[in-house]
Write a protein that binds this ligand. Sequence first.
Ligand SMILES: Nc1ncnc2c1ncn2[C@@H]1O[C@H](COP(=O)(O)OP(=O)(O)OP(=O)(O)O)[C@@H](O)[C@H]1O
Ligand SMILES: [Mg+2]
Length: 430
Amino acid sequence: MIKHAQQVALGEDTSGPAASAGPAASDEHIAPAPRVSVQAFCETVETAATVQAASEDRRLAKAHIKIQMGGVAAAVEAYRGAPTPNVIIIETENRAGEILTGLDRLAEVCDAGTRVIVIGRINDVTLYRELTRRGVSEYLIAPVGTIDFVRAICGLFSAPDAKPVGRILAVVGAKGGVGASTIAHNVAFAIARDLALDSVVTDLDLAFGTAGLDYNQDPPQGIADAVFSPDRIDTAFIDRLLSKCTEHLSLLAAPATLDRVYDFGADAFDAILDALRSSIPCVVLDVPHQWAGWTKRLLVSADDILVVAGPDLANLRNAKNMVDLLRASRPNDHRPFYCLNQVGVPKRPEITPADFAKALEDPPLAVIPFEPQLFGTAANNGQMIAEVAASHKTAEMFRQIAQVLTGRTEAKTARGGLMPLLSKFIKKAG
Ligand SMILES: Nc1ncnc2c1ncn2[C@@H]1O[C@H](COP(=O)(O)OP(=O)(O)OP(=O)(O)O)[C@@H](O)[C@H]1O
Ligand SMILES: [Mg+2]
């Protein structure tokens, strides 16, 4: 079982379709755009359709995007008597001279501060210089892909010299008790220790979360202080709520008390995640097994998703439903990863990784064996698997999952034959 598990973890499983790369490579990181207004004036239905598709991308969820036809002439007409939005997108099929004349007319009716993106057909450096001189923020050459639009709009609002903003990795179970939290905590530990990436584990199971127990922490403050004081949230406030677990790992702990109930609106965690994202390179969300407005929103808006499933039929059905829904809601992203956990319980009939691979059209990222002694010891001691048994295969798996999810390879744990295979997999998955 374990041998097979390792093979799957290393991407060698040939039983299912190969891990497919999504349209957005996992090492490309596009920070979401803030609440801005965008108006596109298109000339072709193809471009209008692409802008429409981009407007449905998770990274533009907060932006208000309106699309109309008519190009620059329609834009000039529209803004003669109306204020301009934050961003205007102009598509033009014209030649260079006409493009510049059109933009000069637009400039007369454009409010200061409005950014302009032009989509044209002409690939010419002189035109490009003239556009830059006129203050055009971006010139894209048609045909433009959905993700190019997303990147162009989001790029306007993240300063080029800004620190790389944080990636959000959401970990969720296909069923309760499958080990989603354990995996989230161990993977975060590996990201922080082996990849030296500053990370925060956010325990979103406010009533019953175990991150505090698993990291042997009992902080007086945590996520509840933030989610119940939305007006106070900023980076400094969130920083004070974090408890430090290791050099690079901090915890935003759940209270795990029942004196209040935890019903949240869909956007309850938006401000907290924005604050974390602006200062922490890697945010690991321990998402409880629930299907509510806020859990769905956290999953859809995460940069990467790891669904943890046990090897039974209910897990298979639920994992498939989750992966299908998330793929459909995130057409411009890498598909959600999933892994199997607690595999190989003696005498238990189980659904095989190959069956999962077939149903989910993707092999599992890892198949983690059922190891009650190891996991039980770690849980009861408030330790990670790597602390209980650093050289155990399972500790190595968590390191490998960390690498794939962060799109990184690292030298520190490179051991013999594992790395070439692993890096091959990362390239495939990336
Ligand atoms: N591979 C494994 N082998 C043996 N025990 C495991 C394994 N993975 C997790 N466990 C144990 O399973 C139990 C449940 O794990 P965990 O709390 O992480 O699950 P969960 O999916 O987050 O559950 P919940 O739905 O309550 O949030 C824990 O006691 C944990 O130590
Ligand atoms: Mg949990």
